[in-house]
Design a protein around this ligand. Structure first.
Ligand code: FPP
Length: 236
């Protein structure tokens, strides 16, 4: 079944992705890991465009986790340089496509230039009504819960809705579909609160090889899922 056969009613509103496997993609070709990340950037570009074309409302990408700071400094440097370069080269096109950009994570950890670019990209695209593209940078699900807990402590009433308003993804529909490439089957401290009822899709495909057809495979699988949100199936 291809995605074109999946009716819009079954299309996820919000897709979140752990883009894993850049390093292995390069290693299998005898290339340095950096080239895997560069190829991963190309895949990212194609998937953003594919999601926008298919009418998905929001796409959240795990680009750099709180734990990724522990990688060798040269690799961290390469990744940060790649993010900054991508912002420079892609912003105009994303804006033209009506994409609204948003960054989540601990920004204070980044160089002033990158933080300024992130802020400027958010401001430029803030009124866009196409795909909302959320890039998680220096993000961790536990960090998100902790910062929300600190902020919510000042609220007179603390319930699920109040708590969620202090989380990084506030204002977006809850993720419907989680995709992880690269073969591992874990959440790796991604959106711990937000993934409570999300359908989880794992594929061995490495991120640089994840293309529009692979996305359609995930969307078709999502279309077959019966979502019960803790209730019983109709007619059960
Ligand atoms: C995981 O592969 C990937 C990352 C830590 C970085 C993700 C970055 C990109 C896809 C580049 C561009 C992104 C943007 C938003 C411009 P890995 O290195 O953990 O792979 P491995 O498990 O095979 O070692």
């Amino acid at each position: 079944m291809s995605a074109s056969q999946v009716s819009n009613a079954r299309l996820p509103r919000h897709v979140v992705v752990v883009m894993d496997g850049n390093g292995r993609w390069a290693k299998r070709r005898g290339m340095p890991r950096n080239l895997g990340h560069r190829q991963g950037q190309k895949a990212t570009r194609a998937i953003v465009e594919a999601c926008a074309q298919r009418g998905i409302e929001a796409l959240t990408l795990f680009a750099f986790s709180s734990e990724n700071w522990n990688r060798p400094p040269a690799e961290v440097g390469t990744l940060l340089a790649l993010f900054l370069e991508s912002l420079h080269t892609e912003l105009a096109e994303l804006h033209a496509q009506g994409v609204r950009l948003r960054f989540i994570g601990q920004r204070e950890a980044f160089a002033v230039e990158l933080v300024a670019q992130m802020h400027s990209a958010e401001q430029i695209t803030i009124a866009n009504r196409g795909l909302t593209l959320v890039i998680a940078l220096s993000y961790g699900g536990r960090w998100d819960l902790l910062q929300a807990a600190r902020a919510v402590a000042a609220e007179p009433v603390i319930d699920e809705a109040t708590f969620a308003r202090h989380l990084a993804l506030d204002g977006l529909p809850e993720p419907d579909l989680f995709i992880r490439t690269g073969g591992e089957q874990r959440l790796s401290n991604f959106l711990l609160w937000d993934l409570a009822y999300t359908e989880l899709y794992f594929t061995a495909t490495l991120w640089p090889d994840f293309d529009g057809a692979a996305l359609d495979g995930a969307l078709a699988w999502f279309g077959t899922r019966e979502r019960r949100f803790g209730q019983v199936a109709a007619g059960a």
